[in-house]
Write a protein that binds this ligand. Structure first.
Ligand code: PMP
Length: 369
């Protein structure tokens, strides 16, 4: 609809600015250097080493690049390979709601059953008793996502400890989707649940380079999991994609090897923080106040005062009549009717894109109140 109506697209989560030169150059070089044939199925050794070294620098935790890391077709395949590798028909998997849209179909394709636990606005906290009640003797996996899409929540250490304790008690495995791991703001700190005591042995950590290096079209991701779980993930990965684009794996390795020397991550956070503040100001001015976010590149705007029956109706109006695309977050709920009245706006956009969106949103009647 955004294309059809020539709307400024703040809907789908992808940057409209270029990827860093050193990362693009590495991909071009790998192609001209003839790195164009199949990679080993678990991933290029160089990339797996770079992932392990990055994790070691960040979290002071040693990974075995041969047995604990698997390169996948973005986080998307990592999630699917994990669900297919670890879930049996009839198993249950816990999912926090709202959820990234892939988790539920992944669980269902593995023949398993999702159980939902609510994150409650405005700070998107879960109630420990609701989480405890979602566990059963069939619970195999618990999916978490931090920093979280669509809410921008970053799970705190005490929250992660509650999840970890229940996972240990019920002998469940945590699947932690951390694709926005580098995008946190203010004092918020991203802590992987795998770094909590006793959790590396029961966690599959998933990340990718798409958001971190503004290359969402490259689809290079990975899983980090203990050897036994990695074996199961690789067993399915082998027959899903077998292996992933070789030159882009080389470029991903260069990205992880060199980013710190360019001060890349600090600059990434700084520029995203500016974009976050710009979009926050625009949304406040036009009567769509956003909720607080600690991470990711999304803002959820409160649309409860807009005269529409659903977030979908509001987002359709916004595209057709105002010329700005946002996403209705009810699609991130098992029962869309139970979703709060919000609209998701992406701020991974150029200043000019955000400014154009601001001019168009000023036409909303609520902008004049
Ligand atoms: N998980 C979350 C929470 C996401 O937002 C996305 C991308 N929209 C993905 C996974 C998929 O990542 P990738 O593009 O690396 O497959």
């Amino acid at each position: 609809m955004a294309v059809e109506h020539n709307a400024v697209n703040l809907g789908q989560g992808f940057p409209d600015f270029p990827a860093p030169e050193f990362v693009k150059a590495a991909a071009c070089l790998a192609i001209t250097d003839n790195e164009n044939q199949y990679a080993p199925s678990p991933g290029l050794p160089r990339l797996r080493k770079a992932i392990a070294a990055h994790w070691q620098r960040r979290h002071d935790q040693n990974l075995d690049a041969n047995e604990e890391i698997t390169v996948t077709q973005g986080a998307t395949e990592a999630l699917f390979a994990t669900a297919m590798g670890l879930l049996n028909p009839g198993d249950e998997a816990i999912v926090f709601e709202p959820f990234y849209d892939a988790y539920v179909p992944d669980i269902q394709m593995a023949g398993a059953v999702p159980r939902f636990v609510r994150l409650h606005p405005p700070y998107w906290k879960f109630r420990p008793e609701e989480l405890a009640a979602a566990f059963s003797s069939r619970t195999k996996l618990v999916f978490i996502n931090t920093p979280h899409n669509p809410t921008g929540k970053v799970f705190s250490v005490p929250e992660l400890e509650v999840i970890a304790e229940l996972a240990r008690k019920h002998n469940a495995i945590v699947v932690s989707d951390e694709v926005y791991s580098e995008l946190t703001f203010g004092t918020a700190k991203h802590v992987p649940i795998a770094t909590l005591p006793g959790m590396s042995e029961r966690t599959v950590t998933i990340d990718s380079i798409g958001k971190t290096f503004s290359v969402t079209g490259w689809k290079i991701g990975w899983t980090i999991a203990p050897p036994a779980l990695t074996k199961a993930i690789r067993a399915t990965h082998q027959f899903i994609t077998f292996c992933n684009a070789t030159p882009l794996q080389h470029a991903a390795a260069v990205a992880l090897e060199q980013a710190e020397s360019y001060g890349y991550y600090d600059e990434l956070r700084r520029t995203y923080d500016v974009r976050r503040k710009t979009l926050t100001a625009i949304l406040n001015q036009v009567g769509l106040p956003p909720l607080h976010v600690d991470g990711s590149y999304f803002l959820l705007a409160d649309i409860s005062k807009q005269p529409f029956s659903s977030d979908t109706a509001f987002c359709k109006h916004l595209i057709q009549d105002i010329g700005v695309a946002a996403i209705p977050p009810s699609y991130f709920y098992a029962n869309p009717k139970s979703a709060p009245a919000l609209a998701r706006f992406c701020f991974a956009k150029l200043d000019t894109t955000l400014a154009e969106a601001g001019e168009r949103l000023a036409a909303l009647p609520s902008a004049k109140l």
